[in-house]
Design a protein around this ligand. Structure first.
Ligand code: MIG
Length: 663
């Protein structure tokens, strides 16, 4: 591995190993300097593949598009987008040469992977440490990279259970209705999420006493049933005198400022707000300590939102837009209307605000635009660092919308505001291995889709993939159709598919822990396991999942089944319920397989076994003493399972044990 430094990079703490700096440029690229930017070019041959970039649009193989490492909140995730909520600036190349390259930068990094010129890779970065990792295979490169960036976050075991969320649950009664809907139908459930309406006027770390008269009693009561409440925390703090978080932060200089050092006012959910300066160590510690208000109520899980940071407006620019309207006195001429509306349209997440906003880190004032991608990371790190003080050995659920590499050690991510579109189910499938390459093992999408209206069929197919994703959460926006599983007709299908998650949990959990501890990928593209197989190359809708399984989700409306390619002999498992499945050996080759809506079909690799539990109502009641094994072996093998306490950090490694499984 080699490290090259360009410009004067801001310390990101993304890497945990010290690598000496190499002078000159990496041999894999020609590097040009244009202005402040460094442009890295490399020709791409027909056999070259480019993987990685974590949370991004399009395929597993990233060739043919432009990707912008710039954390962005834009709720319409279409194919035309170049940036999503995360900046995961690591790619792996295979083909003429196999190597990985990580751009460790707090600012923007642009990857043109054959967009301008189909036969060229062109990466533009500003201040960055560039790590080049050579290796014999893509898997090896990823493994070395993951060692460089340190161990991925490990949540408590209950966080691997199924969770229900919706922007729109406002009160304790709403939460109880969800729990009741699940229980009454015999559907499992481990978590219910609380979106922004639990707060008083969207003020972080407050709980509306009318909506939740006794959150601590509610949380204790639900926990006794094995259900955890998971509230959202937004990045911005309401600028309101008398609100202790604001007053205290203001007094101590813990908020981002303008160039003159005056707190910078932006508009987000609470109206006029300020942003905690989580890049500054003291402000970060202070912000993290605020989570205590909810921890003391018995809360053990959080999702951090709006931390790109998303801005509805910058106060000054909003005022200018309003003045421009006032000046017309209502007499609009020619293009006035369009110009004035455009003024408002351009307020959100504006580059001018990001440029003007400043962080004050260790006595230095830094423009936010130069460190933009670190914000969500450090908000999440603030929480994680505080949890480690609050309850040193305890694992908490924590995941974030915005992220960059480095944050993978502190929390997971969800992939933001997708839509109830079939293409977004497929995107979810393609994103998982890319995220794993970048260390984000604990990840998942809004199952069923966030915006627009889902259907019973889409939700069932999405759950059939979701049973494999570490974060398995059904979430939707407030205007969308209700999509709790009990709202739909085919209750039996939902019950059986949700149950499969719990049957698979001993395997999912063990594989997750091993991958986190050892820097491996949980989801792998077929080409990573069969690099010599020309037909495995380019398969974008099947994945290896852990050491034993290959999965092939159905991602098309009205499909009766799908084509599947088996790069080797495998056992097909046709699951009707977690404790009801049929097994059949298939030779290497292509098959059309029928997959009814209420079944999940996946594959067991030769020489491997799959532990299965009986479906359960939640993680706490899972019986892991009596596991069944599906086997594809003709001599005894060892399967390494993790049976830790599920809640402490110190117990994880002690929980690993090898079980001998006989044919
Ligand atoms: O501006 O809290 O991505 O999951 O439901 C929208 C409300 C704010 C965006 C998150 C979404 C959440 C929503 N939030």
């Amino acid at each position: 591995m080699k490290k090259f430094t360009y410009g004067t990079p801001f310390e990101t703490d993304a890497v945990v190993e010290r690598v000496e700096r190499t002078e000159g440029d990496p041999s894999q690229f020609t590097v040009e300097r244009t202005g402040d930017a460094f442009v890295f070019r490399r020709p791409l041959s027909a056999r070259d593949r480019v993987y990685g970039l974590g949370e991004q649009v399009r395929g597993i193989n990233k060739r043919g598009w432009l990707y912008d490492g710039w954390n962005t909140d834009d709720p319409r995730i279409t194919e035309g987008r170049t940036a999503l909520y995360g900046a995961h600036n690591f790619i792996v190349l295979t083909g003429e040469e196999t190597f990985g390259v990580f751009f460790d930068s707090a600012g923007r990094v642009v990857f043109d992977v054959g967009y301008e010129d189909p036969d060229e890779l062109k990466i533009t970065a500003w201040n960055a440490d560039v790590y080049v990792i050579e290796g014999g295979s893509a898997k090896e490169v990823v493994h070395t990279f993951r060692t460089l960036i340190g161990r991925s976050y490990i949540p408590p075991k209950w966080a691997f259970g199924y969770g229900q969320s919706k922007w729109g649950y406002k009160t304790e009664e709403d939460i109880r209705a969800v729990v009741e809907g699940y229980r009454a139908n015999g559907f499992p459930l481990d978590a219910v999420y609380m979106d922004i309406d639990y707060m008083i006027h969207y003020k972080d770390f407050t709980v509306d006493p009318e909506r939740y008269p006794d959150l601590s009693a509610l949380s204790a009561e639900l926990k006794a049933e094995g259900i955890y409440l998971v509230p959202i925390v937004d990045a911005a703090i309401k600028a309101e005198e008398g609100y202790p978080v604001y007053d205290e932060g203001l007094r101590n200089g813990y908020f981002c400022t303008d160039a003159a050092g005056v707190p910078y006012v932006v508009g987000v959910w609470p109206g006029d707000s300020v942003l905690p300066d989580v890049l500054a160590p003291e402000a970060r510690a202070w912000f993290g300590a605020q989570y205590r208000a909810l921890l003391d109520e018995g809360i053990e899980g959080f999702w951090n939102d709006m931390n790109e940071p998303a801005l509805f407006y910058g106060k000054e620019r909003l005022q200018k837009a309003i003045e421009a309207v006032a000046q017309t006195k209502g007499n609009l001429e020619l293009d006035d209307f369009n110009k004035l509306t455009a003024n408002f349209g351009k307020l959100a997440n504006s580059p001018e605000d990001y440029r003007a906003l400043c962080h004050n880190v260790n006595g230095k004032r830094v423009s936010h635009a130069d460190v933009h991608n670190l914000y969500g990371y450090n908000m999440t790190r603030a929480a994680a660092e505080y949890f480690a003080e609050y309850a040193p050995d305890k694992r908490f659920l924590l995941f974030s919308r915005s992220s960059c590499i480095g944050m993978h050690r502190y929390g997971g991510i969800w992939t933001g505001d997708n839509c109830s579109w079939w293409s977004h189910l497929l995107l979810n499938v393609k994103m998982m291995p890319s995220l794993d390459m970048c260390g984000f093992l604990f990840a998942g999408a809004d199952i069923g889709g966030h915006a627009d209206n889902t259907t019973e069929e889409l939700l069932l197919r999405w759950l059939a993939f979701g049973i494999f994703t570490p974060l398995m959460r059904n979430h939707a926006t407030n205007g969308a159709r209700d999509q709790e599983c009990y709202r739909f007709k085919n209750k039996d299908a939902f019950r059986r598919i949700l149950g499969m998650r719990y049957a698979l949990l001993p395997y999912l959990y063990s594989e997750y822990i091993k991958c986190a501890l050892r820097g491996e990928m949980l989801f792998k593209p077929l080409a990573f396991e069969y690099p010599e197989d020309a037909r495995a190359d380019g398969v974008e809708d099947q994945l290896f999942f852990g050491e034993s399984l290959m999965i092939a989700p159905v991602c098309e409306q009205n499909a009766k089944g799908r084509y599947v390619y088996l790069p080797a002999r495998m056992k097909m498992i046709r699951m009707r319920a977690g404790d009801d499945y049929k097994v059949k050996t298939l030779e290497k080759g292509s098959y059309y397989l029928e997959v009814p809506l209420d079944e999940v079909v996946f594959f067991l690799r030769e020489g491997k076994v799959l532990p299965l539990a009986r479906p359960a109502q939640n993680v706490a009641s899972l019986d892991e003493e009596h596991l069944a094994f599906v086997k594809f072996i003709d001599s005894p093998v060892e399967y390494e399972i993790c049976r830790d306490d599920g809640s402490t950090l110190s117990g994880i490694e002690k929980g690993l044990r090898k079980i001998t499984v006989r044919p």
